[in-house]
Design a protein around this ligand. Structure first.
Ligand code: 5GP
Length: 181
């Protein structure tokens, strides 16, 4: 049984999406995407760190041949100041003519993803699709085609299942939302 509330640093968080709910939604997403990618041998590209837990579950819910290349994008602040993303860890192999499935934990403004899609396309993949566990529809600022979304959530800050608050909370199996009460 998950805890209803957790304290991380100075803030209180309340349970938002349980691990059982996540498991069943991730399985649905895997089933949905498997219809399209069955014979395409795509490459999964999880964006570290936040998406590591979702990626591990999602790829096991997908029923097709594939491989993986992890990338790491340097902090958000850096990107806001320069308008460009900084890849701390880039593509480890060739993605030219490959079908790329980017795996993201959460899309907020969409800045990170928009820039990363542009970067990905410079390597001439056959196609680029995005799978994100979470999306904040009221925060997104860009028109990005999003075919596979786990949950559309309100703008409140969330932690757990890979997502951190100042380097803590990442390993929680459930997702918690900031408790403003
Ligand atoms: P965007 O570029 O879409 O504004 O932000 C995406 C990144 O911001 C995510 O990959 C994540 O690292 C971070 N982020 C946005 N919203 C949240 C949130 O509610 N909780 C956590 N832990 N990180 C978030």
């Amino acid at each position: 049984m998950e805890n209803d509330k957790v304290k991380i640093h100075d803030k209180q968080f309340k349970i938002f999406i349980t691990k059982d709910e996540i498991r069943s939604r991730v399985n649905e997403l895997g089933w949905e995407i498997s219809k399209k990618y069955k014979d395409l041998n795509p490459v999964f590209v999880p964006i570290l760190n936040g998406s590591f837990m979702f990626a591990a579950d999602f790829v096991r819910a997908c029923n097709f041949d594939s491989d993986m290349m992890f990338v790491k994008i340097k902090s958000y602040d850096g990107m806001e100041s320069t308008g460009k993303i900084n890849l701390e860890l880039g593509f480890s192999g060739n993605i030219k003519d490959r079908h790329v499935i980017i795996i993201e934990d959460i899309i907020d403004t969409g800045n990170t993803l928009l820039e990363f899609i542009k970067e990905t396309k410079t390597h001439q993949p056959a196609s680029v699709t995005v799978v994100s566990l979470l999306l904040k529809p009221d925060a997104i600022k860009h028109d990005i085609p999003l075919d596979y979304i786990g949950y559309r959530i309100p703008n409140a800050f969330v932690v757990g299942y890979g997502l951190d608050y100042d380097d803590m909370g990442r390993t929680l199996p459930d997702i918690y939302q900031l408790d403003e009460d």
